[in-house]
Design a protein around this ligand. Structure first.
Ligand code: MG
Length: 175
């Protein structure tokens, strides 16, 4: 049975309404502290309304993997205390401590051969573009008004737009 290709999906501002977290917790330190005490699915309220439907949708074409950076325990808590935990395999959670995503991408590509990146940050999409990944820009969150650095293969205002128009049907890849 053929396997599906791997798709990297950014977390903050792509799947998670990080602006909402910043409103609830005025500093990063206070958010990190609060999230360290979570025991259930407290992070579900910060997922964008289209996040779960998108993960379900993308599984038709790709194996979804989270690709994120930040304080590692904080990033892991965002996943494990939301419905994402039940939808993304443990070995498909690429969490890079600090803010080094763009620097880590070439090694990640060499090791795991992802075919596509969904991200809100033009810098990460530029790096992915030059590593020959399909790039999908979601224009929401902190970077929504930033200019493109490298032209994305697809630009959307929401993940819902991808689902409604079945936009990934054109990205069917045999591996
Ligand atoms: Mg992001």
């Amino acid at each position: 049975m053929p396997t599906l290709p791997l798709a990297l999906i950014d977390l903050d501002h792509t799947l998670l309404n990080t602006t909402h977290i910043k409103i609830d917790y005025r500093t990063l330190a206070s958010a990190v502290e609060a999230f360290s005490h979570f025991t259930g699915n407290e992070v579900d309220r910060y997922l964008y309304p289209d996040t779960i439907a998108f993960i379900t949708y993308i599984k038709k074409y790709f194996i979804p993997a989270i690709f994120t950076e930040g304080p590692a325990d904080f990033q892991k808590a965002k996943i494990s205390h939301s419905a994402l935990a039940g939808l993304i395999d443990n070995n498909c959670r690429f969490v890079f401590d600090g803010f080094t995503k763009a620097d880590q991408l070439s090694q990640l590509v060499a090791l795991h051969h992802p075919k596509l990146l969904v991200d809100d940050n033009p810098k990460n999409l530029e790096t992915a573009h030059y590593l020959n990944l399909i790039t999908v820009r979601v224009k929401r969150g902190d970077h929504r008004a930033d200019p493109d650095i490298a032209s994305p293969d697809l630009t959307v205002a929401s993940l819902q737009e991808i689902i409604e128009k079945d936009l990934f049907a054109t990205f069917i890849i045999k591996v």
